[in-house]
Design a protein around this ligand. Sequence first.
Ligand code: FE
Length: 338
Amino acid sequence: MRLLQSLVSLLLAFCMLAPIAHSAEVNIYSHRQRVLLAPFLEAFTAKTGIETNVVFAAKGLAQRLAAEGKASPADLVLTVDIARLSEYDSLDLFQPVSSDILTSAVPAHLRSPDNRWFGLSKRTRIIVTHKDRVAEGAITRIEDLADPQWEGRICTRKGSHVYNRALLASLIAHHGADAATKWAEALVANLARKPQGNDRAQAKAIYAGECDIAIMNHYYYGKMINNDKEPEQKDWASVLNVVLPNQNDRGAHINITGGGVTKYAPNRDNAVALLEFLVSEEAQNLYAAINYEYPVIDETKGPSGLDGFGALKADKLPIQALADNALEAQMMIDRVGW
Ligand code: FE
């Protein structure tokens, strides 16, 4: 009996000690680049005293987390794109988080229905057109890119890139598979060249006269127009008009950056604290300042220092629908040869 008592008290002492030993850190698996993350983490540590450790990798983190299982040191996953968040979720690598701060800050359509992941910033896929070669106002909707009047004038990266796949998934969600197929076929028929390069390469192609119209994530415009390191990118951006699509109907297609607390997080409370910090006014302003991203907490604010990117009317489609329609979108992309 005495042995049991001392065992129990030993166990109790351990339980009390264990959280203290872990209370001052949070371990992050990140698909986001270190430079983009650092200012957030520094501000978080300054505010809370909680140290952050980051494992950064573009690929393979979900597989690593799954393989590590309960032994994983990871507390929090930070990533870009709903497809990635959904991948972690479908591998059952996240745990639900009940936090009034998170559920009141992040609109319901930008988090998972059971609060296993949360959108932290928004990016929209814009249309850019050559200032002189395409009349202002001639294109206002993503659907307009299917118009045969643009034959041979559009450039895009490959359809199979997550950015384009999510865009097509949104069209499937809104218009159905048949209409989305027709749009994709017509878009491909309008292409000036075989899909290639990244988003910024499309702006370069417009500058070079290869095409007049392109699709890109909005923050790349900011990265180009203010690019002191590679000033030629300023030239590419300088010939562009920016179109925020679908502002007079459902709103522009958006994607998110986001995060989720891992299923076996050893420092769970610290991970939740970091997520809560990331939706604070201070951190949300950082998203706009560092990478021109739109906040999730405010519909009216645009990225700072970027003309023409004020209030954005964003599509209110539950963002999970983009992941749900991703496979169908990919098959469509293969079929139409985007
Ligand atoms: Fe990007």
